[in-house]
Design a protein around this ligand. Structure first.
Ligand SMILES: [Zn+2]
Length: 331
């Protein structure tokens, strides 16, 4: 299968080709394919993997990629780009984080359900593992990788490059250099939490020698021009930094490098009102959000327990006890 894929991906130097590779066959015989946009530059250079929408409701990433690559001249490009605008077509079809019809049909068999956390995958496993294995075959052939996400619906991030686990040595250091060149102004460099766990796409790519990070931006289920434009600029910054296209990367005005996410959950149910704006620097004791009951009485204030940055807001209008209401990035 690997040889077949490599053969199918062969694109002549100086050309660009839209392509699809097989993912799975469904019950009615439909073959689900993963769409690719392969640009084989006319000049030598690095091979860059760009992926989006491994969670199907994270559509800003799809648009970031087509905008970033819209004006690439294949003949002038130094190196190659393997762009996978929709890494998980079935979840994209469901407009959901997961391929929900498959998951609902048989939740037990669909565990693990999140392909993003199943790397390097298993070609003989379930859907999530097959998908991860199929993508990983392409990722490990590349020299660098960026995996674009948004929060799922109901959440909003500052544009933040989230590094893989720092115990990954020299390859992690290269991923960190790339994150600075990316230029979004927000970097998470943490050794705890699910973003740096074994199995996450960028963690396993970096472990395999391909420096990679997760990019989170915007909000699930929405397309926003400013988020798309900015994201495309950051992707082109990486391409400039790698020498693949002409020009200097546009540096961030300032970059916050954070050491930990601190998620804050509601203790009460009600309507959620944000009292600080996304990206605000906050002090310990500042009120981040209020929860009011359906009669308008404030039942809880969610307060920053430490100084930090308000990096992720909840945009859902209501919360129940236990739901995430806010996330701080600790400096
Ligand atoms: Zn995601």
């Amino acid at each position: 299968m690997e040889n077949l894929e490599v053969a199918e991906l062969s694109v002549a130097p100086g050309t660009r080709r839209r392509h699809k590779i097989e993912l799975v066959e469904l019950a009615d015989g439909t073959t689900v394919r993963i769409p690719l946009d392969i640009i084989h530059g006319g000049q030598p250079g690095p091979k860059l993997y760009l992926g989006a929408a491994i969670h199907g409701d994270e559509v800003d990433g799809v648009a970031i990629l087509f905008r970033a690559l819209a004006d690439i001249d294949p003949a002038a490009l130094r190196g190659s780009i393997v762009c996978v605008p929709v890494q998980h077509p079935l979840s994209f079809h469901a407009d959901h984080r997961l391929p929900i019809s498959q998951f609902m049909k048989s939740p037990l068999d669909q565990a693990p359900a999140d392909a993003w956390a199943c790397f390097p995958g298993d070609a003989d496993g379930n859907l999530a593992q097959i998908l991860a294995a199929t993508l990983f075959d392409m990722i490990k052939e590349c020299d660098w990788a960026v995996d674009i996400h948004t929060p799922t619906r109901g959440g909003r991030y500052v544009p933040i490059a989230i590094l893989p686990h720092p115990n990954l040595g020299e390859t992690h250091a290269k991923a960190e250099e790339m994150a600075h060149a990316f230029g979004s102004g927000w970097i998470m460099r943490t050794d705890s939490g699910f973003y740096v766990a074994d199995g996450i796409l960028c963690v396993e790519a970096t472990r395999a020698g391909v420096p990679a990070f997760t990019f989170e931006t915007g909000e699930g289920g929405r397309l926003e021009e400013d988020v798309i434009d900015d994201g495309a600029t950051y992707i082109r910054n990486v391409m400039k930094w790698l020498g693949m296209i002409d020009g200097d990367p546009m540096p961030a005005a300032r970059t916050y490098v954070m050491r930990e996410f601190l998620g804050l959950r509601a203790q009460r149910g009600g309507l959620l009102l944000n009292r600080k704006k996304l990206g605000d620097l906050v002090k310990a004791g500042d009120t981040l959000c209020s929860i009011v009951d359906i009669y308008g009485d404030e039942v809880e204030t969610i307060v920053a327990p430490e100084d930090g940055v308000f990096v992720r807001t909840t945009t859902l209008s209501t919360v129940s006890r236990g739901e995430r209401a806010a996330t701080l990035g600790l400096l």
